[in-house]
Ligand binder design. Sequence first.
Ligand code: NAD
Length: 257
Amino acid sequence: MTLKGKCAVITGSNSGIGLGVAREMARAGADVVLNSFTDREEDHALAAEIAKEFDVDARYIQADMSGAEACRALITQAGRCDILINNAGIQHVAPVDEFPVDKWNAILAINLSSAFHTAAAALPMMREAGWGRVINIASAHGLTASPYKSAYVAAKHGVVGLTKTIALETAEEPITANAICPGYVLTPLVEAQIPDTMEKYNMGREEVIKKVMLERQPSREFATVEQLGGTAVFLCSDAAAQMTGTTLSVDGGWTAL
Ligand code: NAD
């Protein structure tokens, strides 16, 4: 399948899942717009590498997804957005009664409100182009909860609800909106937690991964960024044209429990 001629905008894509999804989009032939809140040489270099490796147009646009105007400006600056992938996200862990208000506000803004703002700016472009895909990277925490992650769980459940609403509003158009719900994915962020967890539990790397980190993931395997990218590419295929307003779990069985 080819996405040649389509432009995919992926928020929060200078590392982890966003970068993996951007690479799979480019592998499928789409032009890509990478994004994060930083504006470093290496951010732009990532886009240049993708352009070279996959022979597509790739750009990096700095925009902080915690602000409404910046979210909308990202889409305007991209100029075209056939495939919108809302991926930017942060996490903070604390009990509800101790949860810092600034962290709550930041998580709701970056993990949830940004998807509303980018979609609001991108939908008119999709209508104009006569085709569109909204793909929101939610989480297993968009379908289930864990203690101490109130803001993240609330935001990700919100993303699932927003996805359904966009799907209904575009149901009679050649536009779909779906949410991908990953379980644990081995991104640099997760990799960085392994040494501390090994020390805390006095366990080796493999034991920490299987017994602590993947305790709720029955496959006892991490999902990979390539698998998530492949799922996003599938959602852009004709086979998925009648899939809208739904969630696709890539979680090794987490939500089957
Ligand atoms: P990550 O930290 O590697 O990626 C997060 C991305 O968001 C980065 O590119 C970061 O620069 C960007 N970002 C953060 N704040 C931003 C802001 N204010 N403006 C713009 N960009 C910003 O983490 P990841 O694991 O790749 O997570 C990506 C998404 O996948 C998140 O929405 C996360 O909730 C979701 N997710 C991750 C996992 C996992 O196990 N890694 C599981 C389920 C869902």
